[in-house]
Design a protein around this ligand. Structure first.
Ligand code: GLY
Length: 338
């Protein structure tokens, strides 16, 4: 029932300090670098970024409740927004790059640390399924661009146009000014208050307590052709360690890559921090590296640990996440720094 690992002990305060009546610091003393986790069994759970993660969770849950694996569940879940033409940040219908090309990034990671990814993939809407095939059928971790497309077509995927009329019209409107600042400004809120970045990142634990993760996106709207964000990069947009937990991200990928964000969140959980605090510490790291920032851009992290505990934290207001387990099917707003 229990996977015993190394121990960590959190010593709150010395009793001497308390006796002396000194102000109690909340500081914890970490005496080792790994937390002990027992494997939770028989309580599957799936969490996903954003409100639309709820539909993805529903599809994933059908697999998990029938004793399916995290990877099977996550693939089914991620395919939901990928197929949705009204979701303009993932898969079919995603906003194109500045040349009008829809290019997709995706990755998966399983309980054994196996992973697969595709980046800058065109003409195939289910990038997550191609990423899974990279993981399962090749000795590699990532295929990009034409190579990823070639691989997908050779493995039975169909080539199709991913640019919907709505996304094309919006892109043509954008072309009139084509204000492109590759770093931050394009990430600001779109008219209507939506951030243009709504990558779906998903984490799941199955009946046996095994974990996996998936992440898929069309990336930053109107990006330079060839730009790859954090979503397909293992450690940045997604990371899973079956001894500890998993994390995923949404927002400006460049900022997440710079701190190897999802891996960082998992390592904070390994130190004993709760999922939410682990996410908060990664967000704080980004803020620290961007002194003076306020609402320049958005990054949010979502994490799930081996106890089935979950949490999220974002730079800005507006990041949400969805959770589905045997007790709840809920969308939460994440706490935020600014
Ligand atoms: N977080 C997704 C991206 O930056 O493309």
């Amino acid at each position: 029932m229990t996977d015993r690992r190394k121990f960590v002990r959190f010593s709150l305060l010395t009793s001497a300090a308390m006796l002396a009546g000194k102000a109690i610091s909340a500081q914890r003393k970490i005496e080792d670098d790994e937390v002990t986790y027992s494997t939770l069994r028989g309580q599957p759970v799936v969490v996903s970024t954003w409100d639309f993660g709820q539909q993805a969770n529903a599809a994933a849950w059908k697999v998990l409740e029938q004793d399916g694996s995290p990877i099977d569940a996550l693939e089914m879940g991620a395919r939901v927004p990928e197929a949705d033409p009204y979701n303009q940040t993932v898969g079919y219908g995603g906003r194109p790059d500045r040349d009008g090309r829809v290019t997709l990034d995706a990755c998966m990671m399983d309980e054994n640390g196996r992973c697969g990814a595709v980046a800058a993939l065109e003409f195939v809407k289910h990038a997550i399924s191609v990423a899974r095939m990279v993981m399962e059928r090749t000795p590699h971790v990532m295929l990009v661009g034409d190579g990823a497309l070639q691989f997908a077509l050779a493995n039975g995927f169909r080539k199709e146009n991913l640019l919907t009329v709505k996304s094309e019209l919006e892109w043509r409107e954008w072309l009139k000014t084509a204000k492109y600042t590759p770093y931050k400004n394009i990430e600001n809120k779109m008219p209507g208050g939506q951030y243009n970045h709504d990558t779906i990142g998903m984490l799941a634990m199955d009946n046996r307590g095994n974990m996996g993760g998936a992440c898929t996106t069309s990336g930053m709207a109107y990006k330079l052709h060839g730009r790859v964000g954090d979503s397909p990069i293992i450690g940045a947009g997604l990371y899973v360690d079956n001894e500890v937990g998993g994390a995923t991200s949404s927002g400006v990928g460049e900022e997440v890559i710079r701190i190897v964000g999802s891996h960082l969140v998992v390592e904070y959980m390994r130190m004993g921090y709760t999922p939410e605090v682990a996410c908060k510490k990664a967000v704080q790291r980004i803020a620290k590296r961007n002194p003076g920032m306020k609402d320049d851009f958005q990054v949010g992290f979502l994490a799930l640990n081996k106890h089935g505990e979950y949490g999220a934290f974002a730079l800005q207001k507006g990041f949400s996440y969805a959770i589905k387990n045997g007790r709840e099917d809920t969308v939460y707003n994440a706490n935020h720094l600014f």
